[in-house]
Design a protein around this ligand. Sequence first.
Ligand SMILES: *[C@@H]1O[C@H](CO)[C@@H](O)[C@H](O)[C@H]1NC(C)=O
Ligand SMILES: *[C@@H]1O[C@H](CO)[C@@H](O)[C@H](O)[C@H]1NC(C)=O
Ligand SMILES: *[C@@H]1O[C@H](CO)[C@@H](O)[C@H](O)[C@H]1NC(C)=O
Ligand SMILES: *[C@@H]1O[C@H](CO)[C@@H](O)[C@H](O)[C@H]1NC(C)=O
Ligand SMILES: CC(=O)N[C@H]1CO[C@H](CO)[C@@H](O)[C@@H]1O
Length: 447
Amino acid sequence: MIASIVITFLCFCSLSPTFGQDCPSRQELQGSLKQVQKLLSAHEATYMQSLRNLKKKINLLQSSAGKQSTSATNSTCPKLDAPINGKKLGKSHSVGHEVHVLCDPGYELVGSESRVCQESLNWSGHQATCRDINECVSSPCLNAGTCVDEVNQFSCVCAKGWTGATCQSPVPTFFVTMTNTSAATSPATAAAVTLPAATTGPFVRPSRCSIIQGTTHCTCEAGYTISGRDSNTCTDIDECELFHNGQAGKLCLHSCVNTAGGYRCTCPVGYNGTRDGRSCKDIDECATRQNNCANDQMCINTYGGFQCVRVDCPKIPHATYVKTSPMRCERNPCSVDNKACSQTPNSFSYHYLAVVSNLSAPRVMFRVSALRPIGDTLRFSLLGGRQTRRHFTVQRSDRLTGQLMLVSPVQGPATLEADVEMSELERRVQLGKYITKVTMFVSQYEF
Ligand SMILES: *[C@@H]1O[C@H](CO)[C@@H](O)[C@H](O)[C@H]1NC(C)=O
Ligand SMILES: *[C@@H]1O[C@H](CO)[C@@H](O)[C@H](O)[C@H]1NC(C)=O
Ligand SMILES: *[C@@H]1O[C@H](CO)[C@@H](O)[C@H](O)[C@H]1NC(C)=O
Ligand SMILES: *[C@@H]1O[C@H](CO)[C@@H](O)[C@H](O)[C@H]1NC(C)=O
Ligand SMILES: CC(=O)N[C@H]1CO[C@H](CO)[C@@H](O)[C@@H]1O
C-alpha cells in the first residue's frame, strides 16, 4: 500500500517537470527516496520472515501427512503362511498378536515355534518350516537290512534270512545238512518227512522237513521258529516280547497277549479293538445307552468312559439366573437402579470337552465369538487360578473371537476347568459380560 503511494507520487513529479516550484528540490527528493528504500527493505524483511514461516508450516504438514499414511498401513505384520506339512495357529497379524506353528506328525519344526508381530511390523523369530524327520538316521534296521524313510515312519528291507519290522528275527525257516540222509533218493525227487516231535503242546509243534538232494530243509508254520537240538521242533514266537516297543512302534497300542502261533491285542475297559486289531477305539457309552445318567443329567462321552453332568445356574448375590437352554443360564432383568446387578455376568454357558491324555500343545481348544456385538470393543480374558493358567491361555483370534489355547500337555486322568470371560464395552464403559465355562475331561491313555 505504502509502496504504491510512493510510486504514484514519483511518477507524477517526473511527468510534470514544468511545475518547478510545486515539485520538491533534488535534495528533498533524494531524502524521500532514501526513506522509501528503508521502507522497502523493512518490508522485504517481514515478507521473507512470513515466507519462512509458511515454508516451515508446509514442511510440518508434509511430515505429519507422511506419518499418517504409514500408521494407517503399519498396524499389521506381513501375511504369514502356514508351512508345508504343518499348520499355523492364530489368525491375527496385528501388532502384539502371536502365531504358533505346528508340524504334522513325522515332521520336525525348524525355526521359531511362536512368532509375535512386533511394533516394527516384523515377526519375531525365524521363519518356521516343517522338515521330514529322517527316521533312518538311527540305523534302525538290523542284520544288514536297508532302511527306507517314509513320512512319520520307516521300513526295513531285510537281508536274506531275516525278518521282522527291524529285521531282528531270523526267518523261521532253517536249513540243516543231516548226516546220512537218504542219499540214495533220486536227485530229482524230494520226499517229505515229518520228524517225531520231541515235545508237544500248543506252543511247540513238529517241524516239517523235506529232503532235497541230500539236504533236509525244515520249516515251521507261521508264528513258530525252529528249535530243538535236531531242528526237529518248532516253538511259538512270542511276538509281544519280540516287537515290544520296537523302533517301528508298538505291536499293540495298549497291551499284547501272546497266543500259540500268534498274538492278540487287548484294550482297556471302555475301549473296543479296531478292525486291524492293533489299536483301540473309544466306546460311546452315551450313544449306546451303556450309561447310568439320571434324567436331569446329560451324558458326556469321554475317552474310555463317560460323565454325567447337570447344569445348575449359578447363585450369586444381586442377580438371579434362569436356564434358557440345557447348557446356558441367563440373568433375569435387573431393576433400573440396581447397579450391582448390572455388573454381574449376563450369561453363563457350559461346555464339556473330552480329550486324550498328553495332548500336544499349543493347541486351540475352544473359541468364543460374539454374535451381534453392540459396543465398540470386545475383551477376552481367562478367569481362574494358577492351575488353570498353567495349562491355558486366552487370546484373540479375530475382532469378534477369542480362543482358549492349551499351552502345556495334561497327563490324565484329570478334569480341568477354564472360564473365559468376554466383555463388551462402548467407550470404555462395560455393556455386559458373558462367561463360558469349559470343562475338559482328560483320559488316562493317549488314545
Ligand atoms: C505405526 O508405527 C509408528 C512408528 O513405528 C507407531 O508410532 C505407530 O503407533 C504405529 N501405528 C499403529 C497403528 O500401529
Ligand atoms: C524388517 O525385516 C526386514 C527383512 O528382514 C529388514 O530389512 C527390516 O530392516 C526390518 N525392519 C525393522 C523395522 O526391523
Ligand atoms: C465292542 O466289542 C464287543 C465285543 O467284540 C461287541 O460286543 C460290542 O458291540 C462292541 N461295542 C462297540 C460299541 O462297538
Ligand atoms: C507325552 O508325549 C510326548 C510327545 O509325544 C512324549 O515324548 C512323552 O513321553 C509323553 N508323555 C507321557 C507321560 O506319555
Ligand atoms: C547209521 C546209519 O543210519 N547208517 C545208514 C546210512 O545210509 C545207508 C544207506 O542208505 C544205510 O544202509 C545205513 O544204515
